[in-house]
Write a protein that binds this ligand. Structure first.
Ligand code: ADP
Ligand code: ADP
Length: 227
């Protein structure tokens, strides 16, 4: 069963049709990149799946369940945005532990500690656990931001240009790491970018968005094959 199914999703803001009749099925464990220029409707699509706002029409199912009316926290998704949004007064350790601290989770201290350390190793920030997040480089901050999404272990990750604020070298490095981590976890990942290289190097499938419409979808090979 597909992990995420969008059926005829539309969303407009005033006169702007941000997303129009979007149909898309993302399989379990798939890495799908939504590629398109600014204003194509990529972020809106992520926000609709996350439940940050409702679509005007259409249906969204996650894990076979229609999620209409479900709050973001009920949807088994985690997001990573372009801005790191770390808590500056907290250490790396505390930033990673934060999502696990809600009373509803009832995780014991040892379990929190185990998960934080495991994720810190995964994103290769385990040598800086005691640092304040303001003392980190951009690449390190982005690792912590990604780690903070991983630590909750949702089955779906929604990432909105998470590497775009980094320089080219770091971007290339983190691209590979993200791909490695996703393979390791077997999670489903929907990743938004306007960077074609990112799409080609990471995606199982690429969906091209233009003016709110999905104009093409396929493997990188299918999309970029010589005619
Ligand atoms: P992308 O992520 O591909 O750059 P967006 O999904 O952010 O595209 O935006 C799609 C269109 O919807 C754009 O024209 C944008 O200006 C518009 N839009 C997005 N969010 C809002 C909003 N909250 N209010 C008004 N217009 C919006
Ligand atoms: P207490 O409040 O009882 O002192 P903590 O929550 O501070 O307990 O710590 C419990 C465990 O979590 C510690 O043994 C440590 O391994 C880990 N821990 C907590 N905060 C940090 C931190 N900032 N850096 C590294 N490890 C931490």
């Amino acid at each position: 069963m597909a992990r995420i199914v969008l059926k005829g999703i539309s969303k407009s803001y005033g006169d702007t049709q941000a997303v129009e009749d979007l149909n898309l099925a993302i399989e379990d464990g798939e890495f799908v990149v939504l590629l398109g220029p600014t204003g194509a409707g990529k972020t809106t699509t992520l926000r609709l799946i996350a439940g940050l706002e409702p679509p005007d029409s259409g249906q969204i199912a996650i894990g076979g369940r229609d999620v209409a009316g479900e709050a973001p926290a009920e949807r088994d998704v985690a997001f990573v945005f372009q801005q790191y949004s770390l808590y500056p007064h907290l250490s790396v350790y505390e930033n990673l532990a934060f999502p696990l601290k809600s009373p509803a989770r009832r995780l014991g201290k040892e379990e929190v500690d185990r998960r934080v350390r495991e994720v810190a190793r995964m994103v290769r920030i385990d040598h800086k656990l005691e640092n304040r997040s303001t003392r980190l480089s951009g690449g390190e901050m982005q690792r912590v931001a990604i780690g903070r999404a991983l630590v909750r272990r949702p089955s779906i990750y929604l990432m909105d240009e998470p590497l775009s604020s980094l320089d080219a070298k770091l971007r290339a490095e983190l691209r590979l790491e993200l791909k490695r981590i996703q393979n390791e976890l077997g999670s489903t990942l929907l990743y938004v970018t306007h960077d074609q290289v990112e799409a080609m190097t990471m995606a199982d499938r690429i969906g091209i968005l233009s003016h709110g419409r999905l104009v093409q979808i396929g493997t990188p090979r299918e999309i970029y094959a010589d005619p």
